[in-house]
Design a protein around this ligand. Structure first.
Ligand code: SF4
Length: 280
């Protein structure tokens, strides 16, 4: 695995597709544990500004490091390891966000925390969201939902929007695609529906893996039945993260997979629309 120099890797990045490794490697294990327990410090792969695709308006996106899933089509496998990220105190992250708060309000945007899986560091994430809300900034959490039970009902109030990544309705296929069970994610989705918290569903469309019409139909029926899904983003698979798999020395099984055709994207959107959902 290549070594990275923290000096050459400022927190702000042009995009999350910059490979980042080992930036938190000098943080002692005990400090990592303390950070996770208190939420006073978190690990961020990077943050980017000006995103128009990670929630409403124009967003600052904090990309957290650490993920327990191993999706075959992950675009950012360098975010799997928490200590690949840069250690950042919640004060520093808040201070950085403060610089953008007026612009974010003018552009009807806000702060999105994505990853990696942000709820791996749920205390840090919740502290940062609380700070964002205190300065009037809209908050969005992009999550695979697996650790949704770490967030209390009261804490969910600090999250204006959940961008929930649904992968497949089929439990076996879910395990094959991600290495993890689908149950906790769907349970979180049902809980968000019960609490009437706003959700946008994100669905990565990968030819040969997540394009089966029957399977998409089941996912769409589930999402449509929740009653709190304002929109579905069908995200076409791409190969921008391929080089990261190579550089990290992880076997990548999707070398030859092409992005989905316009017709396949349309067919998939139609399956979601058939369940009364709005797609983008
Ligand atoms: S949940 Fe997201 S970050 Fe984690 S492996 Fe899957 S695609 Fe990658």
């Amino acid at each position: 695995m290549p070594e990275a120099d923290p000096v050459e890797a400022p927190l702000e990045a042009k995009s999350p597709f910059e490979l980042r490794v080992n930036l938190g490697k000098n943080v002692p294990e005990s400090a990592v544990r303390a950070a996770l327990a208190t939420g006073d410090m978190g690990f961020l792969h990077s943050f980017t500004t000006g995103s128009a695709v990670d929630g409403p308006g124009i967003r600052v996106v904090g990309w957290t490091s650490g993920c327990m899933w191993r999706c075959l089509y992950c675009h950012n496998p360098d975010t799997w390891t928490m200590t690949n990220g840069i250690p950042v105190t919640v004060e520093k992250a808040t201070e950085t966000l403060r610089k953008y708060r007026h612009g974010l309000k003018v552009m009807s945007g806000g702060l999105t925390l994505s990853g990696g899986e942000p709820l791996m560091q749920h205390r840090f994430v919740l502290k940062l969201f609380a700070a964002a809300k205190a300065m009037g900034v809209h908050t969005a959490l992009d999550t695979n939902g697996y650790y949704g039970d770490r967030v209390t009902d009261a804490e969910l109030e600090t999250i204006d929007l959940v961008l929930l990544d649904l992968k497949t309705a089929d439990p076996e296929r879910h395990r094959r695609l991600t290495g993890m069970d689908v149950g906790p994610t769907w349970e979180f989705a049902r809980r968000l529906a019960y609490l009437r918290r706003p959700v946008w569903v994100r669905y990565v469309l990968v030819p040969g893996l997540t394009d089966d019409a029957v399977d998409v139909g089941k996912t769409a029926a589930f999402a449509g039945g929740l009653g709190n899904v304002a929109r579905v983003d069908v995200l076409p698979f791409h190969q921008m993260g391929k080089y990261k798999w190579r550089q990290l020395g992880i076997e990548y099984g999707l070398e030859d997979v092409e992005p989905p055709s316009a017709a396949l994207i349309e067919r998939t959107c139609e399956l979601f629309r058939a369940e009364g959902l709005t797609t983008y």
